[in-house]
Design a protein around this ligand. Structure first.
Ligand SMILES: [Zn+2]
Length: 231
């Protein structure tokens, strides 16, 4: 199987269009530890992924690379194991799991989890949680959450509370904006321009709420008056 490299936008469409034959119950978060940021040169994502697969298959004796995705330091993603196969992710929790390896060593004092890499992680995880209808606080697992892990993974530099708060914020943001499609916003702007709506910002914030009866009546009255004047 050949690996694909893509940005977060492309990956989201890829996941949406993917023909899932298993149901996803958990999202697992890891760091690769080795390779780390110093091994990435901006164009060797596939080579690093291939080296990881070779290690997992030849040394660990697994039937494929462990993870479904590797997140590169510049926010690009590399596909790994078939999404319809359980990963070799967290012992005892692999059934229905989806496994992300973030390339880096995020133990305190080593690489920093920040910038494009962190943005891509939160954006994709927020999308994935919504797409798979996961209970975020119960279903997003750090490797070290498993009492038998015996690891700091995804690194002592990433505090779970902070990670989950940021992810929850991002989920709130994406669920709001995915409902406020561009055409709805445009309609508010046009009506405001025509003088039929005051306070467009207020209407945009309430874009998916029902229109109050008085609002509908005032709008109809305003339209009626205008058309009457034109005659
Ligand atoms: Zn791990």
């Amino acid at each position: 199987m050949s690996f694909l490299i893509m940005d977060t936008q492309k990956l989201k469409s890829y996941v949406k269009d993917f023909k899932w034959t298993r149901s996803i119950k958990q999202l697992h978060v890891h760091h690769t530890w080795k390779p780390d940021h110093s091994d990435y040169n901006g164009s060797n994502g596939i080579a690093l992924q291939t080296a990881m697969r070779n290690y997992h298959v030849n040394t660990n004796g697994w039937n494929d690379i462990a993870q479904h995705l590797t997140l590169l330091p510049d926010g690009q993603w590399v596909t790994g194991r078939d999404f319809n196969q359980d990963p070799a992710s967290i012992l005892g929790w692999n059934d229905g799991a989806f496994c992300i390896e973030m390339l880096g060593n995020f133990d305190a004092g080593f690489n920093k989890f920040t910038g494009q890499q962190a943005n891509a992680m939160f954006e994709f995880c927020a999308f994935f949680v919504l797409q798979m209808k996961l209970d975020v606080n119960a279903c997003v697992k750090f490797h070290r959450d498993n009492p038998n892990a015996g690891k700091t993974c995804p690194g002592t530099g990433i505090e779970r509370g902070w990670f989950m708060n940021t992810l929850n914020e991002k989920i709130k943001e994406s669920s709001n904006s995915s409902c406020a499609e561009e055409w709805k916003i445009r309609a508010v702007d046009e009506l405001a321009k025509a003088g039929l709506l005051n306070e467009p910002l207020m209407w945009k914030q309430k874009i998916n709420e029902p229109m109050p009866v008085w609002g509908v009546l005032i709008l109809i009255n305003e339209l009626f008056t205008r058309f009457s004047e034109k005659k």
